[in-house]
Design a protein around this ligand. Structure first.
Ligand code: SAH
Ligand code: TYD
Ligand code: ZN
Length: 405
């Protein structure tokens, strides 16, 4: 029997996407053939309800020195983290010499404003190339995985942290016990551990099945995060819904007994109970919706291709690795995918090998259809590419169901 990585309870398998590549491993066309595959399957814990993957991809295969993801590619996300930094500066980083640590600081999208405010800070991220981008903005970064030993070393060198912040990273870390022991070692007695991540409730409600890929080892809910915090001697004292990435939650965790929980925690927990996130039938319904999306999307793409239309993809997201590999969408259906990340251009998408091209080539000439893999940035991308629609092109979306706009 599989054991929960958080509480040791029994895990029941509920979703199987089959053989999948490492979602950030964009392939050099000169070196194909050496890709790592794993079984992407998900289960939920019958004790603490934590939704988690059944197979763990080694962290060094995912978060390499040349990890290509860059957070600052989206102006919407940049604004979001600007506001987040402001909020932390105004509420938690107000003492005489505050210290903030970020786990998964990437290109410095959040720490930028904390550094500019002159506040002591340290980013921790194993992606060395992304860290270089952050350093060029005057941000201090340790190129390392955060875990218990890293936390102890930081504590010894810099003293306790008033805030440990993390966005879209804690859910990526299977060895969560080491993270919490590290937070325990590093956090000041009344400090807070604040992290935001995509929300399981939204993923199920809107069939965002592509939020499931190697890196998203856990899919957090308010209930499961509360149980996880308690497991390690902490308490969930804040929860805030966020509109980013299709729906996320910002969790605030403090040492047990140190702070009084905000009323929103109980409110959101009550609302969450109606979603049935601990019930097997919820996942059966989710699985049926996923199969329907796959069948509808494949049928649409095949019909359009049979009619002679050219279809491309937009946004070489890591989410698209699950869509393309699970549905079997290769260059025969989607001839290229356009993406603004320089590190991905000129490469092939993992597994199905669709060429990634710069957005400057999207309109030369425009295709008939563009499959929007970066649906979470729909507004920003559609505004940027207004001319595509004006010249008769159509967007294909597959969330919450398959439709053309
Ligand atoms: N916080 C940014 C980046 C998210 S991508 C944002 O929200 O946009 C996830 C980042 O976490 C990557 O840069 C990856 O290298 C980093 N990461 C993964 N495991 C980590 C760990 N154990 N400690 C610190 N960073 C980690
Ligand atoms: P994102 O959805 O943030 O994450 P993930 O890879 O985790 O699924 O990725 C968005 C991708 O879309 C990223 O590779 C950059 C690209 N992109 C563009 O090409 N143009 C844009 O205007 C935006 C906002 C993103
Ligand atoms: Zn559990």
């Amino acid at each position: 029997m599989l054991r929960c990585r958080v509480c040791g309870g029994a895990v029941r398998e509920c979703l199987d996407f089959g053989r999948q590549p490492v979602s950030s491993a964009f392939v050099d066309p000169a070196h194909t053939g050496a890709e790592l595959f794993f079984r992407l399957a998900v289960g939920f814990c019958t004790s603490c309800t934590m939704v988690q993957q059944l197979e763990e991809v080694p962290r060094d295969e995912m978060f390499r020195f040349d990890y290509p993801y860059r957070s600052s590619g989206s102006t919407v996300m940049r604004k979001h983290f600007q506001q987040t930094a402001r909020q932390l500066l105004d509420t938690e980083l107000t003492g005489p010499d505050p210290f903030a640590v970020e786990i998964g600081s990437n290109d410095g999208i959040l720490l930028q404003d904390i550094a500019e405010a002159g506040v002591r800070h340290l980013g921790v991220d194993p992606s060395g190339e992304a860290a270089e981008v952050a350093r060029a903005k005057g941000i201090r970064v340790r190129v390392e995985f955060f875990e218990e030993s890293t936390a102890r070393a930081i504590r010894a060198e810099h003293g306790p942290a008033d805030v440990i912040f993390s966005a879209n990273t804690i859910s990526h870390i299977a060895y969560i016990d080491s993270i919490f022991r590290g937070v325990d070692a590093l956090l000041a007695p009344n400090g807070v551990f604040v992290f935001e991540d995509r929300y399981l409730g939204d993923i199920i409600e809107h069939t965002y099945f592509d939020q499931i890929y190697d890196e998203h080892f856990y899919l957090f809910s308010i209930h499961s995060v509360q149980a996880m915090a308690a497991q390690f001697g902490f308490a969930l004292v804040g929860a805030e819904r966020l509109p980013v990435h299709g729906g996320a939650v910002r969790y605030t965790v403090a040492r047990a007994g140190a702070r009084r929980p905000a009323p929103e925690v109980a409110e959101l927990l009550a609302r969450e109970r109606e979603l049935g996130l601990g019930l097997p039938e919820t996942y059966e319904r989710f699985a049926a919706n996923i199969r329907r999306t796959r069948d509808d999307l494949l049928a649409l793409l095949r019909r359009l291709r049979a009619e002679g239309h050219r279809i491309v993809g937009y946004g070489a997201t890591q989410k698209s690795a699950t869509v393309a590999n699970y549905c079997g969408i290769g260059p025969d259906l989607v001839s290229a995918v356009y993406d603004s990340t320089r590190e991905k251009q000129g490469r092939l998408t993992p597994g199905v090998h669709i060429p990634v091209l710069p957005p400057e080539e999207f309109g030369a000439p425009y295709p008939a259809y563009a499959l929007l893999f970066a649906w979470n940035h729909a507004e920003e991308i559609m505004a940027k590419e207004r001319q595509f629609r004006e010249s008769g092109g159509r967007w294909i979306l597959y969330v919450p169901d398959v439709h053309i706009v």
